[in-house]
Design a protein around this ligand. Structure first.
Ligand SMILES: *Cc1c(COP(=O)(O)O)cnc(C)c1O
Length: 400
């Protein structure tokens, strides 16, 4: 026996897979995917149990290893990313921990963008105590990535666009550098999601997700995933999952699974709103600069449009006049935007990075990273754009 697939035409397209890919329904014929809240699975007889534990027969055994709801979510995300396989994890950070545990050993070296998510940088730094060292390089300088590669480099890790300045890296160029060096490229695809960007098509070996963000899309659960070839997922990461237990809960998998059904229409609608808001912000006298890949003024605009299906995504940042006081005045005057550091929600969120997500850095490190005191980040949701403009204008009009 092997675990069957849902019966879909082989040429079913992305929007169809987003709604339909998974496991066949149970004998009850449910139309919405079932939530299997069970820690273990029952075997018909002792000989079958033995075969299943010896991996001679594919079946569900224990939800630390696999679970039908989690498998549905994994199959759906793999289909959207265009990879052979996917493994769900407890969080986005658990997915990166899996990459390190599954691929690297003492003496190995990693090259990582210096602009990745803060906890990602911290995690790679923490693994130095186990002998895995990391060089951090400029997000956009391809030559710097190449120069940082050493004979013991096993992994390049990138994220695009980055938080909060929306810097875009050339995924194809980084894949070529990795492969010439006999290393792998992993890409954190949180900000675009497969609705806008499919890193595996550009040569990435692993695509990492925080399901917490756009895959769920409504800010409800913590979840993560890694997508890649069967050889990598089954060969390197399934064994780590079995022993290390970074497992995704079936309930959270179910929420993400259902969230993916509306992923592409949300990403398109939220990108359209973000573009309108970014264009409007560029016109405001109290705004010094706007960072958004969908604007022609963005330094990697053309690359972003090529990599991201012509859309800028839902996250933008801008600097206001008056430094920290100015930024806080805008934040404090809002009545619609949620002042929180999460993103990927249908509710627009507003963040002051230098005193929250990037508050642990020294002022010097923040300056080097471009995270100034006047910077605000907006992760645009699904509210009416006019209402969002009015919400920001309440504070901006005090500054101009
Ligand atoms: C949130 C986030 C993560 C971490 O995901 P969690 O689910 O919170 O563990 C990693 N990368 C990026 C880009 C993120 O935004």
């Amino acid at each position: 026996m092997s675990i069957p697939r849902v019966n879909l035409p082989a040429d079913a397209r992305l929007d169809t897979l987003a709604v339909r890919e998974g496991l066949p329904p149970t004998p009850w014929g449910e139309n919405s995917e079932a939530l299997f809240l069970t820690s273990s699975f029952v075997h018909p007889d002792a000989a079958t149990a033995a075969r299943r534990f010896a991996n001679e027969e594919e079946a569900f055994v224990y939800s630390r290893f696999s679970n039908p709801t989690v498998t549905m979510m994994e199959r759906r995300l793999a289909a959207l990313e265009g990879t052979e396989a996917c493994i769900g994890t407890a969080s986005g950070m658990a997915a990166i921990t899996m990459i390190i545990l599954g691929l690297l050993k003492a003496g190995d070296h990693v090259v990582c963008s210096q602009s990745t998510f803060g906890s990602t940088i911290k995690l790679f730094q923490d693994f130095a105590k186990y002998g895995v060292t990391t060089s951090f390089v400029s997000q956009t300088d391809v030559a710097a990535w190449k120069a940082a590669v050493r004979p013991e480099t096993k992994l390049l890790f990138a994220e695009s666009p980055t938080n909060p300045l929306t810097e875009v890296c050339d995924i194809r160029a980084l894949a070529d550098i990795a492969h010439e060096a006999g290393a792998l490229l992993a890409v954190d695809n949180c900000f675009c999601s497969p609705a806008l960007q499919r890193p595996a098509e550009m040569g990435a070996d692993l695509v990492m997700h925080s399901g917490t963000k756009y895959l769920d899309g409504q800010g409800r659960v913590i979840a993560g995933a890694l997508c890649g070839s069967e050889a990598l997922i089954n060969g390197k990461f399934v064994p780590v999952m079995r022993s290390a237990g970074l497992s995704l809960s079936p309930f959270n998998a179910w929420v993400v699974l259902k969230g993916m059904e509306t992923l592409s229409i949300r990403m398109e609608a939220q990108s359209a709103r973000a573009l309108k808001l970014a264009q409007w912000l560029e016109q405001q006298p109290a705004v010094e600069r706007v960072y958004y890949p969908g604007l022609a003024s963005h330094p990697q605009h053309e690359l972003a449009m090529r990599q991201q299906r012509g859309l800028g995504g839902a996250v933008l940042s801008f600097t206001v006049k008056g430094g920290r006081e100015g930024a806080w005045a805008v934040s404090d005057a809002t009545r619609i935007c949620s002042v929180t550091s999460n993103l990927g929600d249908t509710k627009t969120t507003l963040t002051h990075p230098s005193t929250t997500s990037h508050g642990r850095l020294s002022e010097e490190q923040r300056q080097a990273a471009g995270i100034t005191q006047g910077l605000l980040r907006v992760a645009v949701g699904l509210e009416d754009v006019q209402d969002l403009q009015n919400d920001l204008l309440a504070g901006l009009s005090q500054l101009a």
